[in-house]
Design a binder for this molecule. Structure first.
Ligand SMILES: C[S@@+](CC[C@H](N)C(=O)[O-])C[C@H]1O[C@@H](n2cnc3c(N)ncnc32)[C@H](O)[C@@H]1O
Length: 366
């Protein structure tokens, strides 16, 4: 009998590199383990986590949307209550900013892999901007007559921002109020647990981008792997990610082991050209020999300490019907798995970069 495959064709019974038949992923170099790594398996997790009728239009922030939903010691957005299942509190804002820094290390200081010319005036959109840290950093790189706009369901962006940067509260899954053929560059990162209808979303990116403009979609897979079999499939971390995949899929999110190929296909289907898929494997913990990967692993390890509950709590309780206490335990057990750096765990991060063709341009569809 052949092994069960997940929706991306990845073999679910193996943890090794052969566990996916995704050809692009095979091109990612395996991570060499640091032979000198000191193990810190007693580093137990801190379990104390207790720490308007609006239609489709974009609107400026009013006090009503600051009424957050409180649940299992975390707060969640109120505008379009329930649309997004991750928190919007200080702990989550800190996590998002650390992830932003981790991506700067991953991209060697660059904010994007898209070949945009920041010397020219540009209109840039960052959808689902979170704390707005990417949009503000991009605005700093742009000329004064450029504009970087960040949109989000939650008003968690700072008030003091560069003059060429602004934020709007908007649901990216509704019709956009921006003109079509408007933006030079649209950036979207870590929205796989946000957007339910990805083909419609990508069509919207296409419509609102000017011909010749670029998009970058950055997403990561939920499943973890190890190349040397050190990550057991029955570990609490593996069980946690399986549950997240199961409940996320039930909720309609694009959760998968490796969303890169799927996203690339959707981007091609939407009519984009010059489509590139750049995958990275990112260690969870400082176990890699290479210094940059070691640093990335440290950041990944830190972000998962709060990220486990951020990704898991509402999904496990609201969608999976698990009690808050059990959900917290599942998250904590997953974190404790990761405290053992002898497990050479990593996951995949995917960047899809693509250009909207010029009128009359012939686009290859294969
Ligand atoms: C995981 S965070 C990523 C934030 C940011 N892109 C980053 O990389 O730091 C996802 C963000 O998308 C926002 N979001 C979720 N659903 C959304 C929607 N339908 N429209 C706009 N924003 C949404 C959430 O409020 C959250 O701030």
């Amino acid at each position: 009998m052949s092994a069960p495959l997940d929706e991306d064709g990845a073999n679910m019974t193996s943890t090794g590199r052969n566990s996916t038949d995704n050809a692009t992923i095979h091109n990612v170099a395996a991570i060499t383990v640091d032979p000198q790594i000191q193990y810190d398996i007693d580093n137990d997790v801190d379990t104390d986590y207790s720490d308007r009728e609006l239609n489709d239009a974009t609107f400026s922030v009013t006090s009503t949307i600051y009424n957050y939903r409180e649940e299992n010691g975390r707060t969640y957005h109120r505008y379009k209550d329930g649309a997004y299942l991750m928190p919007n509190d200080e702990m989550e804002k800190d996590r998002l900013d650390i992830v932003h820094h981790m991506y700067l290390v991953l991209l060697e200081g660059h904010l994007t892999l898209a070949p945009i010319d920041t010397e020219k005036p540009l209109k840039v959109l960052d959808v689902g901007t979170g704390t707005g840290i990417w949009a503000m950093a991009m605005a700093d790189h742009l000329s004064e007559d450029s504009e970087a706009i960040g949109t989000d369901l939650s008003p968690i962006q700072p008030g003091w921002v560069p003059a060429n940067c602004r934020f709007e509260i908007d649901d990216a899954e509704n019709e956009w109020t921006y003109d079509t053929n408007h933006f030079d560059f649209i950036h979207t990162r870590h929205l796989s647990q946000s957007i339910r209808d990805w083909p419609a979303y990508i069509s919207r990116l296409y419509d609102h981008l000017r011909p010749g403009g670029w998009i970058e979609i950055a997403e990561h897979g939920l499943r973890c792997y190890s190349d040397d079999g050190s990550f057991p499939l029955d570990s609490p971390l593996a069980l946690y990610t399986e549950k997240l995949c199961e409940f996320g899929r039930r909720e309609g999110f694009l959760v998968s082991s490796n969303p890169g190929n799927k996203l690339k296909e959707m981007v091609i289907q939407a009519g984009f050209t010059d489509v590139r898929h750049v995958p990275y494997n990112l260690p969870w913990g400082p176990w890699a020999e290479d210094e940059r990967l070691k640093e990335l692993g440290r950041w990944a390890f830190i972000t998962f300490k709060t990220g486990a509950a951020a990704y898991g709590l509402a999904l496990l309780t609201r969608v999976g019907g698990i009690t808050g206490e059990d959900a917290q335990r599942i998250c904590n057990d997953a974190i404790n798995t990761l405290n053992d750096w002898r497990l050479h765990v990593y996951n995949f991060h995917h960047f899809i970069i693509a250009r909207k063709p010029m009128p009359g341009e012939v686009v290859a569809t294969v």
